[in-house]
Design a protein around this ligand. Structure first.
Ligand code: ADP
Ligand code: ASP
Ligand code: MG
Length: 408
């Protein structure tokens, strides 16, 4: 008898019929002799609608109240799922994040889990219940409701699996697993059988939103092996775990894309210590999140510094930097949106050469101009024109023969 955590995402619980489908699947798992904890998301579209409602009543909604509002999405699903299970004749109990013992930091709308006290979950399991927990939420030590950032139900599932020492953690979604690229972007993408935490983390944080990146970080830290699979069929999914030696044989595991990016260039920054620090401290204190940073080699005592960020953050960044650009002695600031990022990820990059060259070659052959490049040990990323990102993803996917990867 195993202890299993199953997480069902928004699409999987997107209608009464789908909630009933989840209820049946959970009951099947229990019938195989297992104890089951179910983590559910809000029904698809609900969180977005709640955010829209908040913005309809206030241009800058208070984050504490935002969390009270957003948590209702998952609370609806736990009640409906528990009712559906009970309606099919099995014992079930719903628990909010707080009732499941999830205590978080006070950073509303993107709180971090600090501790989990799962006694109530374990007691409910001992009483033969299927325990249905609200994803994406917790509470602060003094009892305020918090949420864990978009896609945060993945984190709830992995954290609960760690806390109750589950034997298996399954993330059920609307795709069969983690693919070599988002199958909606690259139709020939193939399912990856096994992927390392580091690769999944890089893919998730560079646009493959099939898993929330913080949940993967948590899984790596606590050694939670999990499987991503579909709630609409019984195909085996993708196992995410610590890397094995054989994983290095594949040079590129996957391609990620991220749209809605923007680029800022500060020209002729004097080549003196502290100037870059001044610019980026200003951005940090305004809460602007930066992605890539590129600085040129200094020519004639000055250099250009460029960075990328989400398009939504651009107005905030421009407003923060406007007074500082002149103060540091730079000549100007140029901002541009309409760009996107394409990343290739694979632990095999550590031991193979020519990977970046092949990436650039495939884009060049397609007449796609590269505006910026950044590399890390297991990732190479480029910034290109947004209107060509889908074409680029398909070209690069083909260049690295990823449509065949699943056959290995
Ligand atoms: P859920 O609501 O179940 O959490 P998400 O919408 O968050 O589901 O994640 C599933 C979606 O992630 C898929 O429908 C797919 O379009 C997208 N996706 C992005 N990159 C990938 C990838 N590399 N492999 C599989 N799916 C991906
Ligand atoms: N409902 C939340 C969201 O849409 C959390 C989740 O689905 O994981 O971001
Ligand atoms: Mg998700």
């Amino acid at each position: 008898m195993a202890l299993i955590v199953q997480k069902y995402g928004g699409t999987s619980v997107g209608s009464p019929e789908r909630i009933l489908n989840v209820a049946r699947r959970v009951i099947e798992t229990q019938a195989q002799g297992h104890r089951v904890v179910v983590v559910v998301s809000a029904m698809s579209g609900v969180t977005d609608n709640l955010i829209k409602l908040a913005r309809d009543v206030s241009s800058a909604p208070c984050e504490r109240e935002m969390d009270v509002l957003l948590a209702t999405g998952e609370q609806t699903t736990i009640a409906l799922t528990a009712m559906a299970i009970a309606g099919l004749g099995k014992k079930a109990i719903s628990l909010t994040g707080a009732q499941a013992g999830i205590v978080t930091s006070e950073t509303h709308t993107k709180a971090k889990i600090s501790t989990i006290a799962p006694e109530r979950v374990l007691e409910a399991l001992a009483e033969d219940n299927i325990v249905v927990i609200a994803g994406f939420q917790g509470e602060t030590a003094d009892g305020s409701i918090t949420t864990l950032g978009r896609g945060g139900s993945d984190l709830t599932a992995i954290a609960i699996a760690a806390a109750i020492q589950a034997d298996l953690c399954q993330i059920f979604t609307d795709v069969d697993g983690v693919y070599t690229c988002d199958p909606r972007i690259v139709p020939s993408a193939t399912k990856i059988q096994e992927i390392s935490y580091d690769e999944m983390l890089e893919m998730a944080s560079s646009g493959s939103k099939v898993m929330q990146s913080r949940s993967v970080e948590f899984a790596k830290k606590f050694g939670v092996i999990f499987e991503v699979r579909s709630s609409f069929n019984y195909n085996p999914g993708t196992i995410v775990k610590e890397e094995t030696v054989s994983m290095e044989a594949v040079v590129v595991r996957g391609v990620s894309i991220e749209k809605n990016q923007a680029k800022v260039t500060i020209t002729h920054v004097p080549d003196h210590p502290g100037r870059a620090a001044r610019l980026f401290t200003t951005l940090a204190s305004s809460g602007v999140i930066i992605d890539m940073i590129v600085q040129n080699v200094s020519v004639a005592g000055s250099t250009d510094i460029s960075f990328t960020l989400s398009k939504d953050e651009l107005p905030k960044a421009q407003a923060a930097l406007a007074p500082v650009v002149l103060e540091v002695g730079a000549s100007g600031l140029h901002a541009q949106d309409g760009i996107a990022k394409l990343s290739i990820v694979g632990i095999g990059m550590r031991s193979h050469s020519g990977v970046a060259a092949k990436l650039f070659e495939s884009l060049g052959a397609g007449g796609i101009n590269i505006q910026m490049i950044s590399t890390s040990e297991i990732k190479t990323a480029v910034i290109i024109e947004e209107s060509r990102i889908v074409e680029a993803a398909n070209l690069v996917h083909e260049a690295f023969h990823l449509s065949k990867q699943g056959e290995h």
